[in-house]
Design a protein around this ligand. Structure first.
Ligand code: CTP
Ligand code: CA
Length: 227
């Protein structure tokens, strides 16, 4: 007979998830962002909480409800997201980076609204690279030793499997999830590819919450055994 007490998959674990886009200011009014809806990250936060974890969701600007029981930290820029994440990961067992972090930000952000100068000339914007949150966390001693399990996401326009394999190695993480095109921004379902040291495995198209629950299972079975 089955046992009465089945511990939840992530009972006693702490999980940090980044989600949504970042917003990189040009001036107090304007900025640069992207089409990430945050849905996949929010679904993972919800699924991890359902699995018994204590979950912190570091979210860029999105219009989604916080999953029940999840602690949410709102941020705007990539640098804010990095700071909020670094404050949370030292106590975490799992870090899942779903955020669509802006790779570049305007090199300077004007303190006042940039006005037209009347000549028809357009301003030029110089960019500078943002910190890589996932790569920064993955370099950490706890991540290197396996005590902090890091999961990355990748959206590629072409040659997903090869880009995803290369990205997993470049970031130095045990698991990378590839979004199988077409680009799924804002949609409620998704199709994913899991890339780990053993190779590639596909998760067929399904609602994001269903995929999030499967992913939580895949993460749980890859965690180092409890002593
Ligand atoms: N990521 C991050 N911080 C960044 C850029 C990316 O934490 N500044 C994370 C994303 O949340 C995702 C993973 O890194 O989990 C891969 O993001 P992606 O944009 O696919 O990869 P990049 O390394 O930025 O490479 P590129 O955009 O050139 O493909
Ligand atoms: Ca990128």
């Amino acid at each position: 007979l089955v046992t009465f007490f089945q511990p939840k998959l992530l009972a006693g674990k702490r999980v940090v998830v980044t989600a949504g886009p970042t917003f990189e200011a040009l001036d107090p009014i304007r900025g640069i962002t992207n089409h990430s809806s945050g849905k996949m990250g929010f679904a993972i936060a919800r699924a991890a909480h359902e699995a018994g974890a204590e979950v912190t969701l570091v979210s860029g600007p999105v219009s989604l409800q916080t999953p029940r029981g999840v602690l949410r930290v709102d941020v705007k820029s990539a640098r804010d997201m990095l700071a909020a994440t670094l404050a949370e990961v030292p106590a975490a067992d799992i870090f899942v980076a779903t955020a669509a972090v802006a790779d570049w930000r305007p090199a300077t952000s004007a303190e006042q609204k940039i006005k037209k100068d009347g000549t028809g000339a357009a301003p030029t914007v110089a960019f500078t690279e943002n910190p890589d949150i996932l790569a920064t966390v993955a370099k950490d001693e706890r991540a290197k030793s396996g005590r902090l399990f890091c999961v990355g996401f990748a959206a590629e326009s072409h040659d997903l499997a090869n880009h995803a394999k290369a990205k997993r190695e470049r970031k130095g993480i045990p698991l990378l999830v590839g979004n199988i095109g077409p680009l799924t921004f804002g949609q409620d379902d998704n199709q994913m590819m899991l890339v780990d040291a053993n190779g590639v495995q596909e998760l067929p198209r399904a609602p994001k919450l269903e995929l999030a629950r499967k992913l939580v299972g895949e993460i749980a079975r890859r965690l180092p055994a409890q002593r």
